[in-house]
Every structure is written in C-alpha cells, then in structure tokens.
Design a protein around this ligand. Structure first.
Ligand SMILES: [Mg+2]
Length: 203
C-alpha cells in the first residue's frame, strides 16, 4: 500500500522535518542580575524580584524555539549561607513563577562550590563554576545545542568569560554591575527589552 508521497509533498510537513533536523539553540541566562535583581545571596522567594522585561524576553525566545537555560553560580551554598535544599526550594518556586507566565525553563544549572571551600565541589571540577564554561558545555551535551547560534545574557565579566570559552555565538552584558569593560567578545545592552528586540530582529 502506497502511503507517504502525499504527506511528503505537504510544505508544512517539510517545514517540521527541517526543524527536527536543525540543531537546537539556547538562550542562556545568568540568574542574579538578569532573571532577578541582585540582592546578594538570595535565599527566600519573598526576596526574589524579577527584572523588568525578563518574562517577555523568555516568552519571545520560547516562541522562536530557543531552549531556556539558567546558568548560575551559587557559592552561598559553599559558604554556608544557605543549603542545597533551600536553593532547590527557591528554584522550584522560580520555575512555577515562570510557568505562570507561560514560560517553561528547560534547565537550571548551578555551581554550589567556591575555590576557597574545596570540599564544596560535588565533583564537577573547577571548570564548572563561572568563569569556567562547564555548566554551559554540560547543557550543550544534554540538549545537543549549536552554541554558535546560541545566546548568553549575563551581567558580569565572569559570564562573558564563560560564554566565550564555551563558544556561545552571541554574548550580551546587561548594564548594571560591571562598570569596567570586560575582556573578550560581547555586546553591552541597556536592558532585557533590547535583547528581546535583537531576538525578534534575528528571527
Ligand atoms: Mg549575575
């Protein structure tokens, strides 16, 4: 019985077939200072104030087929300011908050370690924590990402260094924390709305 030719001539089907074969791309987001306002060792959800423009940016990126992946250093765990369990509770709350805005976060990677506290490394190695590229490279492996067409939005030079080392094609530095220039390749952006406009123009 002949079945397939009619389906294969359907241009919509061909479009889907192509998109399946296309490597995935991601918008990586630093957390503190990009997703939420930097308060210094955030523990409780009541202190998590989302940055203006973060939800529209994520909605647009999601519509364009980007994976949404948070990449965050959490040395507060190594320092004993909060526990891994408290961090995970906050992360679960944050994911729910995104869901209420129609946004599914594909992954949240965190580095609980700090070089001053060697015992805090759960075995990922020294490249895991930013400015190392470890978390980004793990995401690349897990999601089969094409890093050259992926985007990283950060607010510190350590984000820039990690993004460059991982081969992320477009690195944005949100105006705020870093008043000095960073080494490496990046573009300064006034705010998250400007990043969203860039994504819309790129398509
Ligand atoms: Mg930050």
């Amino acid at each position: 019985m002949k079945t397939t030719p009619i389906v294969r001539q359907d241009p919509e089907f061909r479009g889907r077939e192509l998109s399946v074969n296309k490597p995935a791309r991601a918008v990586f987001l630093d957390r503190d200072g990009v997703v939420n306002e930097e308060v210094g060792y955030l523990v409780h959800s009541c202190d998590m104030r989302f940055m203006r423009g973060i939800f529209p940016l994520c909605q647009t990126a999601q519509q364009q087929g980007y994976k949404l992946i948070i990449i965050t250093n959490q040395s507060g765990i190594a320092r004993g300011y909060y526990t891994e369990e408290q961090y995970q509770e906050l992360t679960a709350w944050m994911r729910e908050r995104f869901l209420r805005e129609g946004v599914t976060l594909d992954a949240v990677y965190h580095a609980p370690d700090h070089p001053d506290y060697p015992a805090s490394d759960p075995g990922h190695g020294s490249d895991w924590r930013k400015p190392g590229p470890g978390m980004l490279l793990e995401a690349q492996r897990v999601f089969g990402l094409d890093m050259a067409v992926s985007v990283f939005v950060g607010d510190k030079c350590t984000d820039v260094k990690a993004g460059n080392a991982a081969g992320v094609g477009k690195m944005f530095l949100i105006k705020g924390v870093e008043t000095q220039d960073c080494d490496g390749q990046y573009e300064r952006m006034q705010d998250l709305a400007a990043v969203e406009r860039w994504l819309t123009e790129r398509g």
